[in-house]
Design a protein around this ligand. Structure first.
Ligand SMILES: [Ca+2]
Ligand SMILES: [Ca+2]
Ligand SMILES: [Ca+2]
Length: 585
């Protein structure tokens, strides 16, 4: 893999050029009626925003050729000949022209975005953008046989965030006539391929001799998991798709398994880790041929020879669930700097086997923990037990669930709440310890241990060939709840990590804490920013997005992290951590 020459230019212009597609225009268009169109709803094409050429629309030819309705604009408007009415029609829609509409989305959910169009060409096409993001891809307008014959054409299942947005209709290929636009709540699934979770009890999962149901304290996915320490014991999962994640357990008692796909050995998985992490991916396969596959797990009975590992007599392999297809998940700790806690919380509790060792605890009443996140769903990892209370969970300020956390026996790291599928974007989860409880409970405890943030896209671990390291790095760090168990780290000045990827968005997943230092970040060899990853205790960030670049041209790029060897004066060390990279197409 060739490394790009690093251009240490701190030119602001160079950085801006990369993101030019996302630079907000100085003057935004305004609603035609003064009020944004309500989504879900239907609006007329001729009621495009005010603001004129280049702001509210782009028209290749000055003047309103049709002369109707808005004679002083450059958009061509004629009287509607659609049997459905609709007043007027925008016609002569040419390649590269666009119209802006200010809309107000009432609810973040999936919508069908459709245009009422006519064409006598068979190659006409458009796409729709929300705030500059193409959300439909190119949609072909069929030959409707007659300019007076209109039909609805569009994209179904588009996730839209709530609030006011600029909706832009963009002509990819001329010509077509446009009468109306409708954006209605979708009855179909999101265009984002959703992941299906198969528990170990699913008929697609089979176990040979040597497995037992786990009877420990952990809150497994779906409530149960199978485990084995018997050398040669096998489990198989048969699935259809191009990727898969095996969810198991990592921890001091965990052993080593061998994984094969379709009978071909793939890798040996050592699940030893210093803290216990349950229902986390322990093996991920990507880029499989589309079709049916069989994943086979073989227990070895062996375990890591680390001094902590050998103090445990166990070499457990856990099969908890499988996700198809695999997806990006960041396991965010309760100590993450993005949390804001209000009210009475106790931090850094280590009395049980919490994710990442520590959890935040409150008995309420009214204590809150809020985490902003970017993604399409979120799961709260907490605690159930005989002393647990009742919590409320809010998503974007709306009550999503009231969770009674009481259980007759303690359960560590259970998934106590999973959100609905959300529009792809920024959201906030808020957990409230109400101070109330089930009558059977002896307490009102509510714990924030971790949050799984799910996003579309693909995660690449630091161990994959797409990541190349130069200089001195320590690979395979096992000390924290890293993505897929390991991370690379170094404090040596000039050491670099370069991730080569294809896509329009990339994120560096790393760490912020007392002992982390300063790094420079380059995209395609162009300096972007210097990042001080220091964070004062007790805040510690794992699987944290340290840097994200969006709006890249679709194609091959490199993200390079250069270790400076420097650190914040308050920092304890100068380490830079490379845990993973996330890519979106
Ligand atoms: Ca399970
Ligand atoms: Ca935790
Ligand atoms: Ca990793």
């Amino acid at each position: 893999m060739s490394k790009p020459a690093l251009v240490r230019s701190r030119s602001v212009l160079a950085s801006l050029a990369l993101f030019a597609g996302f630079t907000a225009s100085a003057s935004a268009s305004t609603p035609f009626t003064g009020t944004p169109f309500t989504i879900p709803g239907t609006f007329e094409a001729e009621d495009f925003d005010r603001g004129g050429e280049g702001v509210a629309y782009h028209d290749n030819v000055p003047g309103n050729a049709g002369g109707q309705y808005r004679p002083n604009e450059d958009v061509d408007i004629i009287v509607s000949s659609d049997s459905a009415g609709g007043g007027f029609v925008v016609n002569n829609f040419e390649t590269g022209e666009w119209l802006n509409y200010t809309v107000n989305v009432q609810t973040a959910t999936n919508y069908d975005i459709e245009l009422r169009v006519s064409s006598q060409f068979s190659t006409s096409a458009f796409h729709v953008e929300i705030d500059g993001q193409n959300v439909t891809g190119s949609v072909v307008v069929p030959n409707t046989g007659n300019w007076n014959t209109f039909q609805w054409v569009g994209k179904q299942g588009v996730a839209l965030p709530a609030g006011q947005h600029a909706l832009k209709v963009f002509a990819d290929q001329q010509y077509f006539n446009l009468n109306s636009v409708r954006v209605l709540q979708s009855t179909t699934q999101s265009t984002t391929q959703s992941t299906t979770r198969y528990e170990e009890t699913d008929p697609s999962v089979s176990f040979g001799p040597g497995w037992i149901q786990d009877y420990g304290l952990f809150g497994w996915s779906g409530g149960f998991a199978m485990e084995s320490q018997t050398a040669g014991a096998q489990a198989t999962f048969t699935f259809t798709g191009t990727s898969v994640a095996w969810l198991g357990m990592r921890g001091p008692d965990s052993g080593i398994a061998r994984v094969s796909i379709d009978g071909v050995f793939v890798s040996q998985i050592d699940m030893f880790a210093r803290s216990y992490e349950v229902h986390v991916p322990v093996f991920v396969a990507k880029d499989l041929a589309n079709g049916s596959h069989t994943l086979t797990i073989t227990v070895t009975g062996l375990k890591n020879t680390d001094s902590q590992a050998v103090t445990s007599p166990f070499a457990v392999v856990v099969v908890d669930a499988f996700d198809v297809p695999t997806h990006v998940v960041s396991h965010i700790q309760d100590t993450d700097p993005d949390w804001s806690y209000a009210g009475n919380w106790t931090f850094d509790d280590t009395t049980r086997s919490w994710s990442g060792w520590m959890t935040s605890i409150s008995s309420g009443p009214g204590a809150q923990a809020s985490l902003p996140f970017n993604g399409t769903s979120v799961s709260w990892i907490g605690y159930r037990g005989p002393d647990a209370g009742i919590a409320q969970v809010f998503i974007d300020g709306n009550l999503a669930s009231t969770v009674d956390l009481y259980f007759s026996v303690a359960r560590e790291q259970p998934i106590v709440f999973t959100s609905a599928q959300l529009a792809d974007g920024n959201h906030t989860i808020t957990i409230v310890a109400t101070g109330t409880k089930n009558p059977a409970s002896s307490g009102t405890l509510v714990m924030v241990d971790a949050i799984d943030v799910n996003r579309p896209g693909t995660r690449f671990e630091e161990t994959e060939p797409a990541v190349s390291f130069s200089g001195s790095w320590v690979q395979g760090n096992l000390n924290r709840a890293w993505s897929l168990g390991t991370a690379a780290e170094t404090g040596v000045a000039g050491a670099t990590a370069t991730f080569t990827f294809t896509g329009t968005e990339v994120s560096w997943i790393g760490c912020r804490k007392l002992s982390t230092g300063i790094a420079d970040v380059y995209v395609d060899g162009v300096f972007q920013t210097e990042i001080d990853t220091f964070q004062a205790p007790p805040i510690e960030a794992y699987q944290h997005t340290i840097f994200k670049a969006t709006g890249l041209a679709n194609g091959s790029h490199t993200l390079t992290i250069v270790v400076t060897g420097r650190a914040n004066p308050a920092a304890f060390n100068n380490l830079i951590v490379i845990d993973a990279f996330d890519v979106r197409p």
